[in-house]
Design a protein. Structure first.
Length: 394
């Protein structure tokens, strides 16, 4: 079931070991589901229980460790040999007596790794405080290091196959976004629109299906468009409402997010002006992206563009994207914001989302793109404009 060649997985593992060597790490405990997937191919909805990948610098393969009933998923989805797929019994699950990290430390001692330098992803969503306490208490002779985002930074440069999956995700979201905009109107329930969005996201295209995205659909309307991370209710859309849609296509866990804003009925002059500011700013910022410039230089182009129109925005305007699981499709590496001196390189992929949220409404218009040798390739195919819908009250 592997979606990449064995040589690609081994290349990823080799880059990880090189980085481990540079940082003096002997053993890397990987708990971020995306990083587990990246190195091994493992893909299952099992990260609500403790699972990890153990990368030992002088061993040829990583070791997958997870719950017993998920062992078969590891056999189906990874390139690992059976003896490197190791599971713990179900009495470890949500127990007050024993913990999966007790099992992991026993395994590390069995493999003579208990007195080496061990690194963990301290700030990963699925690495808990209890994980840290048990690992450090049970392995008193080990030296511990923080390896948060070590693999994420390797992931930031995509292979051609990864980019192909992101392009497919972009095709899915292009169709989904256009269909959602067509569906929204006064009198339509938000939950019914979202039901159609999910159907489109998952059914994908005739050539390939979609996966569940790391975010649910974000769908604020009216004054709530001033809040950028609201989902939906069973309320109906009203005439005069601005509506923000922030969605993503996902294929083989690779994402292509996209945001657009529409107005039901006639937009106010203020809405039209703000949309012009956002569109002008994103156009100028996108034109500034090319290999060799830094993330903060791209953001500065946006900042100067909206400043001419009397606007400011303090939050970042974009971030690296790709492979991920809930709760985030971002890679937690490069951000388009002041102070980020990451040099943009070919085969990086970003979501640029320079929305502006005022006190009583907001405008979001975003693009995901791949960095090429000379500039960028825009991924989705949806008009970059403020959509205006004629009100049809049902």
């Amino acid at each position: 079931m592997s979606i990449f060649t064995l040589s690609e997985y081994k290349s990823r593992l080799q880059k990880t070991k090189e980085k481990m060597g540079d940082e003096g790490i002997d053993v890397l405990l990987v708990t971020d589901p995306a990083n587990i997937n990246y190195l091994s191919g493992y893909n299952a909805w099992s990260y609500y229980t403790h699972q990890l990948l153990i990368v030992i610098i002088d061993e040829s393969e990583p070791i997958w460790v997870g719950r017993g009933i998920d062992e078969s998923a590891a056999r189906y989805t990874t390139w690992l040999k059976n003896h490197n797929i190791i599971s713990y019994s179900d009495d470890y699950v949500q127990s007050t007596i024993k913990h999966p990290m007790d099992f992991v430390t026993d395994l590390l001692m069995e493999k003579n790794q208990s007195n080496r330098t061990i690194a963990m992803e301290y700030d990963a969503y699925f690495f808990t405080g209890q994980n840290y306490i048990i690992l450090t208490n049970n392995l008193p002779n080990a030296t511990f290091k923080n390896a948060t985002n070590l693999i994420n930074w390797i992931r930031i440069i995509k292979s051609e196959q990864e980019i192909e999956y992101i392009r497919r995700a972009a095709n899915i979201i292009s169709h989904t976004m256009n269909a959602a905009i067509e569906k929204i109107n006064a009198g339509v329930r938000k939950c019914d629109v979202v039901a159609d969005i999910y159907q489109s996201q998952i059914s994908g295209t005739e050539q390939y299906g979609g996966d569940y995205p790391a975010f649910p659909p974000l769908l604020p309307s009216g004054n709530k468009t001033s809040a950028c991370h609201l989902t939906w209710t069973d309320e109906k859309f009203n005439e005069g409402d601005p509506v923000i849609l922030e969605l993503a296509g996902c294929h083989n866990r690779y994402h292509s997010p996209l945001a657009r804003t529409l107005v039901i009925g006639k937009p106010t002059k203020e809405m039209e002006t703000l949309a012009e500011v956002v569109i002008e700013g994103i156009n100028e910022a996108l034109a500034a992206v090319k290999p060799g410039v830094t993330c903060e230089e791209v953001e500065m182009v946006w900042r100067e563009s909206i400043k001419k129109r009397g606007f400011e925005k303090e939050s970042r305007i974009g971030y690296s994207i790709g492979l991920n699981y809930p709760p985030d499709w971002g890679e937690h590496t490069a951000s388009l914001r002041p102070g980020d001196k990451t040099i943009i390189q070919p085969n990086m992929t970003f979501h640029m989302i320079p929305g502006i949220w005022l006190d009583d409404y907001g405008i979001e218009i975003s693009e995901s793109f791949v960095v090429t040798e000379t500039g960028i390739e825009i991924l989705a195919n949806v008009e970059r404009k403020l959509f205006v819908k004629e009100s049809l009250v049902y």
